[in-house]
Design a protein around this ligand. Structure first.
Ligand code: ZN
Length: 462
């Protein structure tokens, strides 16, 4: 990248939009992985869609690659700049432009922080149901480009289900004006889906029209202890039957997750003893507080009667509900206490989860007797998170990855349920997608970004 290009950038964008040298803060080359990369040559912080367009027009012409950044909370090294890439930070395009309560739509810029958007729509009595542990720093643009999942997918679906329209800047600077507010729109190829979950390789999302829902008056959380995994699956069936649409989360924790979180994460307390084999946290919400309360109590009674659960506790206030959620939301803090470790995010059928975890444990012990797996996740969505604590050794991390993905493949699972592929999971994409599918992705990349300037090398190489 030439000095002339940096001059051209400064010429094309307003004063202060282009940062170089000592003005580039560490946050632009650090992410959740904890393995920072060298400082990029330039960071560009546009304030408008037109400025994003001007930037990409220039990069397209000069064939300069760009990494688009949101809140830097990704786990697959998708947003760290590679050498020779400049950074496009969306952090100054963070406005929540409109809350339309008659249609149930919020319009936000890509750099808006998820929690800020949640809080803004709450002021009007609405909720934006996407929710995940990184809510305080992840951005709407990042949520869209990774098709974020999180805690309420069982009721509201992934981010894809919440997006009504997008404004996107293509690699050559063309702006696609698709910021529509309606659900029904059968007018040819639905282009927004190309940009949701494709990790920024096909275009840069600048604004989004998102669905919001009337906020439930009541939200109650229960934590249960269970004797075995088949009991977990049976409790899920029972909860679906008795709570129906009021069931808004169903999270499972193997003993190690619950016990170690209570033991190691500061400020987390466990209302149930730590010796039970499995724990489930479920949430019910709705407009009628008394009915929610009665439905949960009835469900727990039935579950007790059928011997599905050994022990249970129900939230009695917002504070106690938050304290229960805190246990499940502490996975990042727990992960830090498990180093050296490898993290996984897999999808598989719920009836195979127990055998999968057992097979994993057996295979790990054969390679490294002191290793163990901490398993938890969104049981209602068929999504498990696995953290493997291993003994350090040459090539051990790679060995653990090969082993876990190998077993995931044997069980017919997906190598990424919600974290995406980025660069870290690229070698394993072929275990979940066919060669023809990956070649079709490459064809889309060639068509939309012929000079490969947008997040090159993420998901697949050309
Ligand atoms: Zn998750």
């Amino acid at each position: 990248m030439s000095d002339r290009f940096i001059d051209d950038l400064r010429g094309a964008l307003p004063q202060g939009a282009v940062l170089t040298g000592a003005d580039i803060d560490a946050r632009y080359h650090h992410d959740m992985s904890g393995n920072p990369v060298p400082k990029p040559r330039a960071v560009v912080r546009p304030k408008t869609t037109e400025q994003v367009s001007a930037l990409l027009r220039l990069c397209h012409r000069e064939k300069v690659p760009v990494t688009t950044q949101g809140g830097m909370t990704g786990l697959v090294r998708g947003a760290l700049p590679n050498a020779d890439e400049i950074v496009l930070s969306m952090e100054l395009m963070n406005a929540i432009e409109e809350v339309d309560i008659s249609t149930g739509v919020v319009i936000a810029q890509a750099g808006a922080v998820l929690q800020k958007l949640q809080e803004r729509v709450e002021q009007d009595g609405f909720m934006f149901p996407l929710d995940l542990g990184a809510r305080g720093s992840c951005t709407i643009g990042g949520n869209i480009s990774t098709n974020a999942g999180g805690n309420r997918v069982i009721r509201y679906g992934m981010t894809r289900e919440l997006v009504l329209g997008l404004e996107v800047v293509k690699a050559d600077g063309t702006v696609l004006h698709g910021l529509r507010k309606y659900i029904k729109n059968n007018t040819g190829v639905d282009l927004k889906h190309l940009f949701i979950g494709s990790e920024g390789i096909l275009g840069v999302v600048t604004r989004a029209a998102l669905r919001i829902f009337p906020a439930p008056a009541e939200r109650q959380v229960a934590l249960c202890a269970l004797p075995s995994f088949p009991h977990v699956a049976a409790l899920l069936r029972l909860a679906r039957k008795h709570l129906g649409g009021a069931l808004t989360a169903f999270e499972v924790m193997w003993n190690e997750y619950y016990r170690l979180t209570i033991e190691r994460v500061k400020g987390v307390t466990g209302p149930l003893p730590t010796h039970h084999p499995f724990y489930v946290l479920f949430e019910a919400s709705g407009g009628d507080a008394e009915r929610i309360q009665a439905d949960i109590e009835r469900l727990l009674e039935l579950a007790m009667g059928e011997g599905l659960i050994l022990d249970a506790t129900i939230s009695t206030s917002h504070a106690s509900a938050a304290a229960l959620w805190r246990i499940r939301d502490s996975s990042v803090e727990l992960g830090r206490t498990l180093a050296p470790r490898a993290g996984f995010d897999v999808s598989l059928a719920i009836d195979r989860m127990e055998a999968y975890a057992l097979a994993l444990d057996k295979a790990l012990k054969q390679v490294d007797g002191a290793s163990f797996a901490v398993v938890f996740g969104h049981a209602g969505d068929g999504n498990l998170h696995v953290t493997v604590r291993y003994t350090d050794g040459p090539d051990r991390h790679h060995q653990v990855e090969e082993l876990v993905y190998g077993i995931t493949g044997q069980f017919g699972g997906s190598v990424s349920a919600e974290h995406g592929i980025g660069i870290l999971k690229r070698p394993y994409l072929k275990m979940s997608r066919t060669e023809d599918e990956i070649e079709t992705m490459r064809a889309l990349k060639r068509a939309l970004d012929p000079h490969r300037i947008l997040n090159p090398g993420r998901i697949f190489t050309m």
